[in-house]
Write a protein that binds this ligand. Structure first.
Ligand code: BG6
Length: 314
C-alpha cells in the first residue's frame, strides 16, 4: 500500500451491521463490529486471517458473534447471576469521538475508540452506572492492541464488582498440532470438573480432547505455536492476571448451533482474563486491562518467550 492508505474506515458489514476497518501501510488489517464492540478479523500483511470466526455465525443480534474477540463483561462465564459471559458482547457500542486522553501518546494511526454505557434496561439486571471505553489499535507491524478502561459512574456511592475476558478465538491449522507455551506449571480451575483447582504439568500444553480451564495468576506473555502454519501468536497482557483456554472438541462442538461440527479443529480460545479475583471499583475509579497480540514466524522456538528476540532473529 502507498500513502493513500485509509487507516480507519466506517462501513457496513454482514447483515448491514456497522463495522470499522483498520488498515496499516504494510497491509495488515482488522475489523471491529459496533455490535459487541467485537473484533471479527485480524489479518497480517500477507492478508492471512489470524482469528477464527465460525462459518455458522449468523451475525444477528441479540446472539453474540461466534468468533473473533468477544468482550466478556461484567461477568465471565457463569461466575455470577448474569447471562453467560455478561451482556457487553450483545450490546450495540458507539464510536467515541472524544475519548479521555491515554496517558501515553501513541503514533498509531489505525485505531478506533468505542464506548458502552449503562442503559435503563441493563440497570435492571446489573444495577450500576458505568462507562466502558475500548480502544482497538493496529500497530505499524500489524500487532493488534485492545485497551479497556472501565469506570464506575454510580451516583449512589456504591462500588461494583466484575469479571472480564478478551475471549480471543485464534485460527489454527489443526488443533492436534498446536501447543501453548507459558502456562506450564501454572495452577488452573477446571471448568469441566466443577472449577476444582489443579496444577499443570511441566510440559507445553497440547490438545487431544475438550479443554475448558482458567489458568490463574499467569505470566504476562503466552505463546501459541502452530507448526503447520509456521506461525506463533504471542499474547501479551496487562491488568489481566488469568488466562482461559477453551476448545469444545467434537461432542460439544456438535451441541453448539453456531459452530460447524468440525470447526473445533481450526480454533483455539486463549483468553486474557480477570476471573479468579473479581475487580471492584468505587465510584469514580477506573480499571484498565490491555492485551496485545502479534504473529511472528515460527523460527520462534520452545522456551523463548521474548518476541523481540524473534524479530531480531537471535
Ligand atoms: C469459554 C468458557 O470462555 O467460553 C466455556 O470457558 C464456554 O465454558 C465458552 O463454553 C463459550 O461460551 P459461549 O457462551 O460463547 O458459548
Amino acid at each position: 500500500m502507498t500513502s493513500e492508505t485509509v487507516f480507519v474506515e466506517q462501513c457496513k458489514g454482514i447483515n448491514g451491521l456497522d463495522k470499522v476497518v483498520l488498515r496499516e501501510v504494510r497491509g495488515s488489517s482488522a475489523e471491529v463490529y459496533l455490535y459487541g464492540g467485537q473484533v471479527t478479523s485480524w489479518k497480517n500483511d500477507h492478508g492471512e486471517e489470524l482469528l477464527f470466526v465460525s462459518s455458522k455465525a449468523p451475525f444477528k443480534p441479540p446472539k453474540a458473534i461466534r468468533g473473533g474477540i468477544p468482550i466478556c463483561f461484567p461477568q465471565f462465564g457463569s461466575h455470577g447471576l448474569l447471562e453467560q459471559h455478561g451482556f457487553a458482547r450483545n450490546r450495540f457500542w458507539s464510536i467515541d469521538s472524544d475519548p479521555p486522553p491515554f496517558p501515553t501518546t501513541s503514533s498509531n494511526k489505525a485505531f478506533v475508540d468505542l464506548v458502552l454505557k449503562h442503559s435503563e434496561e441493563d440497570t435492571r439486571i446489573w444495577p450500576h452506572r458505568y462507562e466502558f471505553r475500548l480502544r482497538v489499535a493496529l500497530g505499524p507491524g500489524g500487532d493488534l492492541m485492545l485497551t479497556s478502561r472501565i469506570r464506575n459512574m454510580n451516583t449512589d456511592g456504591k462500588a461494583f464488582t466484575f469479571t472480564f475476558a478478551y475471549h480471543n478465538y485464534f485460527s489454527v491449522s489443526d488443533i492436534s498440532e498446536v501447543r501453548i507455551e507459558g502456562l506450564e506449571t501454572m495452577d488452573f480451575l477446571d471448568n469441566l470438573q466443577n472449577r476444582q483447582r489443579f496444577t499443570e504439568q511441566g510440559d507445553a500444553i497440547t490438545f487431544e480432547s475438550e479443554v475448558d480451564k482458567v489458568y490463574v495468576s499467569t505470566p504476562t506473555k503466552i505463546a501459541i505455536l502452530d507448526h503447520e502454519r509456521k506461525r506463533t501468536l504471542v499474547l501479551r497482557k496487562d491488568g489481566l492476571p488469568d488466562a482461559v483456554v477453551w476448545n469444545p472438541w467434537d461432542k460439544k462442538a456438535k451441541a453448539i448451533p453456531d459452530l460447524g461440527d468440525d470447526e473445533y479443529k481450526h480454533m483455539l480460545c486463549v483468553e486474557a482474563a480477570a476471573v479468579e479475583k473479581p475487580i471492584t471499583l468505587k465510584p469514580g475509579e477506573e480499571w484498565k486491562g490491555r492485551q496485545e497480540i502479534s504473529a511472528v514466524p515460527s523460527s520462534y522456538f520452545s522456551g523463548q518467550l521474548d518476541p523481540k528476540k524473534v524479530f531480531q532473529g537471535s
